[in-house]
Design a protein around this ligand. Structure first.
Ligand SMILES: NC(=O)c1ccc[n+]([C@@H]2O[C@H](COP(=O)([O-])OP(=O)(O)OC[C@H]3O[C@@H](n4cnc5c(N)ncnc54)[C@H](OP(=O)(O)O)[C@@H]3O)[C@@H](O)[C@H]2O)c1
Length: 257
C-alpha cells in the first residue's frame, strides 16, 4: 500500500512537470474553431491557432493577447505551398491533436437542383475534404511524434446518408461531409500502425455564422458554440483507435454512416 502511494505521488509529480500537450486548430478565427482554441488555451495546452487572415482576426488576437500559450499562424487549407511552409516551420515539434475544423457551407443556391454550379462544388469539396486531408498529410509526422497522437475532423449529421431525413438542399456540403468521413477512414487505416487515432466528431447543431447562413437567426435548440465545443472536447479526450471506427456525435454516441 505504502509503495502504491509513493508511486502515485511520483506519477503526480511527473505529470506536473510534463510538457503541455499541443493542439493545432484550422479555421480558428471564429465559430467552433475559435472555441476550440479558447477552451484548449484555458486548459493550459499549447495552442497553434491557425486562420486564413490572423492579422484581421480580432477575437483570435484578443485570445492570444490573453493567453501566452496561444500562437497565431496563417493557414489557408486550400493553399498547399502555405501548408507546407507552416509544416516546415513546425518540423520536429510534436502535435498531440490536430483538429481539422475549417469548413465552408458554400453558396446554397449553387447547390440546389436547378442551380448547380461547378465552381461552388469545387470550393466546398476542396476546403471540406481536400483541405483536411492536405493538412493532415503535412502534419502527420508531428502527430506521430507526440504523446496523444490524434487527428480529428469535424464532420456533420448532414453527412449521414442512412437517416434519409435530409431535404433537397446543400447537396455539395452534405456530399463533402460524406467524402470527409471516407478520406478520414483512409487516413485512420494508413496511420493505425503508427499509433495514431483518427476521429470524426460532429458538433450537433451549433449557432455559428455557418449555421446562420443556412437558417438566418438562431433556432431555439441550437447549441451555443462553447457548449458544443466543450462536449466535443470530452469526446476527443476519450477517443481511441477502437471507439473511433464510426463518427461520434458531440454527446459521444456513434453517428450512423
Ligand atoms: N455549426 C454547426 O452547427 C456545424 C454542424 C456540423 C458541422 N459543422 C462543422 O464545423 C466546422 C466549423 O464550422 P462553424 O460552424 O464554426 O462555421 P463558421 O463560423 O463558418 O467557421 C468556419 C471556419 O472555417 C474557416 N475556413 C473556411 N475556409 C477556409 C480555408 N480555405 N482555410 C482555412 N480556414 C477556412 C473560416 O475562416 P474565414 O473566416 O477566413 O472564412 C472559419 O474560421 C466546419 O467544418 C463545419 O462544417 C458545424
Amino acid at each position: 500500500m505504502k509503495r502504491l502511494l509513493i508511486a502515485a505521488a511520483l506519477a503526480a509529480l511527473g505529470a506536473s512537470h510534463a510538457e503541455a500537450a499541443t493542439v493545432l486548430v484550422t479555421g480558428s478565427n471564429r465559430g467552433l474553431g475559435l472555441e476550440f482554441a479558447r477552451q484548449y488555451a484555458e486548459k493550459g495546452w499549447t495552442v497553434i491557432a491557425t486562420a486564413r487572415a490572423p492579422e484581421t482576426a480580432k477575437d483570435l488576437k484578443d485570445l492570444a493577447a490573453k493567453y501566452r500559450n496561444v500562437t497565431l499562424e496563417k493557414l489557408d487549407v486550400m493553399d498547399e505551398p502555405g501548408i507546407n511552409l507552416l509544416a516546415n516551420k513546425y518540423k520536429g515539434k510534436p502535435i498531440d491533436l490536430l483538429i481539422n475544423n475549417a469548413g465552408v457551407l458554400g453558396d446554397t443556391i449553387g447547390q440546389t437542383l436547378g442551380g448547380f454550379n461547378y465552381a461552388n462544388f469545387q470550393d466546398v469539396m476542396g476546403v471540406n475534404v481536400y483541405g483536411a486531408l492536405a493538412v493532415s498529410q503535412a502534419f502527420r509526422d508531428n502527430v506521430i511524434a507526440s504523446q496523444q497522437k490524434k487527428i480529428v475532423a469535424i464532420t456533420s449529421g448532414a453527412g449521414v446518408i442512412s437517416t434519409g431525413s435530409l431535404g433537397g438542399n446543400v447537396y455539395f456540403y452534405r456530399a463533402s461531409k460524406v467524402a470527409l468521413n471516407m478520406v478520414m477512414k483512409g487516413l485512420a487505416s494508413d496511420l493505425r500502425g503508427k499509433g495514431v487515432t483518427v476521429g470524426l466528431v460532429a458538433p450537433g447543431v451549433a449557432d455559428t455564422a455557418m449555421r446562420r447562413e443556412l437558417v438566418g437567426e438562431r433556432a431555439a435548440n441550437d447549441l451555443k458554440p462553447a457548449d458544443a465545443v466543450s462536449a466535443m472536447i470530452k469526446v476527443i479526450d476519450g477517443l481511441t483507435q477502437e471507439n473511433s471506427d464510426k463518427p461520434l456525435n458531440f454527446d459521444g454516441k456513434p453517428l450512423p454512416w
